[in-house]
Structure formats: structure tokens, C-alpha cells
Design a protein around this ligand. Structure first.
Ligand SMILES: [Zn+2]
Length: 120
């Protein structure tokens, strides 16, 4: 037995070396806080992906469109976030935010596409 310091409340307590909390309430409170942080992280990313998807959908109402990079950036599109990539046999890489995707063309143009079926 040695003096330990509770990770949640900071109180000193007697316990084995691997004990981190003074009581069950502190252990639970600590775990809940960690979950909240992780949920927040996921929520932020999900929000970015959802926003990207909405932007693509708005710029591509008919399922096929060509837009400029500025069109996308002006709406707040974040290019580093997407849900999946699709590479064609010819080496073109489509990036998707859920069912809406884009392919970079020349001169900062982007072809927007829409994909109905889920592809692994
Ligand atoms: Zn405690």
C-alpha cells in the first residue's frame, strides 16, 4: 500500500499501484469526461463531412456538374475531409463525401458526380 493521488479529484488515497481513483464515482466521472471528449472529436469531423456533402449536393443538383475550386472554397468546403476514394482503371481518383463525389480536372476545375449504390 502506498499513497496514491486520484486522477479525478486529486485527493490522496491508500491503494495498490494500479489504482487510479479514490472511489467508484471518481472513476465513472473520469470515464464519462473522456467519452465526451472523444464524442466531441467525432462530432466535429462528422459535421465537416456533412457540410462537405451538403456543399457538393447544392452545387450538383442534377447529378453532374463542373465547378471551380473557388466555388467549393467559398462555400467552406474542406478538401482534407472525405469518406472514401474511388480510383478508376485509368488512374483517376474520385473522392467522395458519402454519395457525392468530385474529380479534380485541369485548371482548378472539378467534376461533381453522384453515386447511388454503396461501393466497398
Ligand atoms: Zn477521487
Amino acid at each position: 500500500m502506498e499513497k496514491r493521488k486520484c486522477l479525478e479529484c486529486g485527493d490522496a488515497f491508500d491503494g495498490r499501484k494500479d489504482k487510479k481513483f479514490c472511489c467508484d464515482q471518481c472513476r465513472t466521472a473520469f470515464a464519462n469526461k473522456q467519452n465526451t471528449d472523444q464524442n466531441k472529436f467525432m462530432r466535429n469531423i462528422n459535421n465537416i463531412l456533412r457540410k462537405n456533402r451538403r456543399i457538393l449536393a447544392e452545387l450538383n443538383p442534377t447529378g453532374k456538374a463542373t465547378v471551380t475550386k473557388t466555388d467549393l472554397l467559398d462555400e467552406g468546403f474542406k478538401f482534407s475531409y472525405f469518406t472514401n476514394e474511388y480510383k478508376t482503371k485509368t488512374g483517376k481518383v474520385y473522392r467522395f463525401c458519402y454519395e457525392h463525389g468530385y474529380l479534380q480536372l485541369e485548371n482548378n476545375l472539378f467534376a461533381l458526380v453522384f453515386r447511388k449504390e454503396y461501393v466497398e
